[in-house]
Design a protein around this ligand. Structure first.
Ligand code: GLN
Length: 325
């Protein structure tokens, strides 16, 4: 029963309309924009029937060789991106750094969206985002490759051509929109608080005199910073949650679906929500500014996957997998 409730909540989170909430920085306008785009996307998808076959393809082994090759290529091709324009025979040379390969940057520390597994959908990388990335590539006759890096490095890696796109549970924010172009949103989330089961924190304001942990560069850090509370920032969500579990901090502010995963995996923790303090956030894929050819491709694929329910199903699938143990 518990699992069913979680699944329902996740599906609801994926489909819910963004409500106008306050606080938590400058992303309010942005979230409203994103919702507008999402509505358009869903309405228009009927005209694009492409990619349904790719959606059914969950064969993880199929891409392994190609992706491994790409990793090797990427080591030498990184600085060639600009030069290759001169002698490029294909227009795709400008759209992606390696022809026929869509190289996604991610930070595989953010379950259920991206994490390292024994066997993932793209090499060892698994999760909702990885499955979406694979389908975006396949819908466009390309192979998906992944470069795993710090979350903070993703937009820089985009700008210097190391990756073609970033897919990392990345919330669209006004600041990030200055550094990259974002696809239509594919997921709606919110920040929540993870606390010990016996905690007296019931709302965001209760954090005022508590020790707060966040993850560096995540929107959770931005929110807590905007609220004016002191906090400690960790490199990884697991580190912040460990600090909480060990009683060294009182609350971790992090994205909802990831929080649920940590609570499922660690005894004695619970989630506290505060919809008045934490507004909705939209996850989207980022591309280099001006790479409209790639952005259009990604948007068409996401539109199709939102409309046919694939993305919603992935949410259920990865939540089930993660809570099953
Ligand atoms: N959604 C959060 C952000 O964009 C966290 C993303 C992540 O950790 N991968 O900052």
């Amino acid at each position: 029963m518990k699992k069913a409730t979680k699944m329902a909540a996740l599906v609801l989170a994926m489909t819910m309309t963004v409500s106008a909430l306050t606080a938590c920085g400058s992303s309010a306008d942005n979230a409203a924009d994103a919702a507008g785009v999402e509505e358009t996307a869903v309405e228009e998808t009927g005209t694009d029937g492409s990619g349904e076959d790719a959606a059914a393809d969950t064969d993880a082994a199929a891409d392994t060789d190609a992706a491994a090759d790409t990793d090797v290529a990427s080591d030498t091709a990184e600085t060639d991106a600009a030069d290759s324009d001169a002698d490029a025979e294909q227009s795709t040379g400008a759209m992606t750094k390696t022809e026929g390969v869509l190289t996604f940057g991610t930070n595989a520390e953010f379950p259920p969206f991206e994490f390292v597994a024994g066997t993932g959908v793209i090499d060892q990388y698994d999760g909702i985002d990885m499955a979406i990335a694979k389908q975006i590539a396949e819908d466009n006759g390309m192979t998906a490759a992944v470069e795993n890096m710090e979350f903070d490095s993703l937009l820089v890696a985009l700008q210097n051509g190391q990756i073609d796109a970033a897919i990392a549970g990345m919330t669209i924010t006004e600041e990030r929109k200055e550094e990259a172009d974002f696809s239509i949103p594919y997921y709606t989330a919110t920040q929540v608080m993870i606390v010990k089961e016996d905690s007296d924190i019931a709302a965001a304001a209760d954090m005022a005199d508590k020790k707060i942990c966040v993850v560096q560069g995540y929107t959770g850090e931005i929110c807590v910073n905007d609220m004016g509370y002191p906090y400690e920032a960790f490199k990884k969500g697991t580190e912040a949650v460990m600090e909480l579990a060990n009683g060294k901090c009182d609350v971790v502010v992090i994205d909802s679906a990831t929080a649920q995963k940590y609570v499922d995996e660690n005894e004695g923790l619970k989630i506290v929500e505060d919809a008045d303090a934490f507004e909705s956030e939209e996850y989207a894929v980022a591309v280099r500014k001006g790479n409209t050819e790639l952005l259009d491709m990604i948007n068409s694929a996401i539109e199709a996957k939102l409309a046919d329910g694939t993305i919603s199903e992935l949410g259920v699938q990865y939540t089930e997998e993660i809570t099953a143990e």
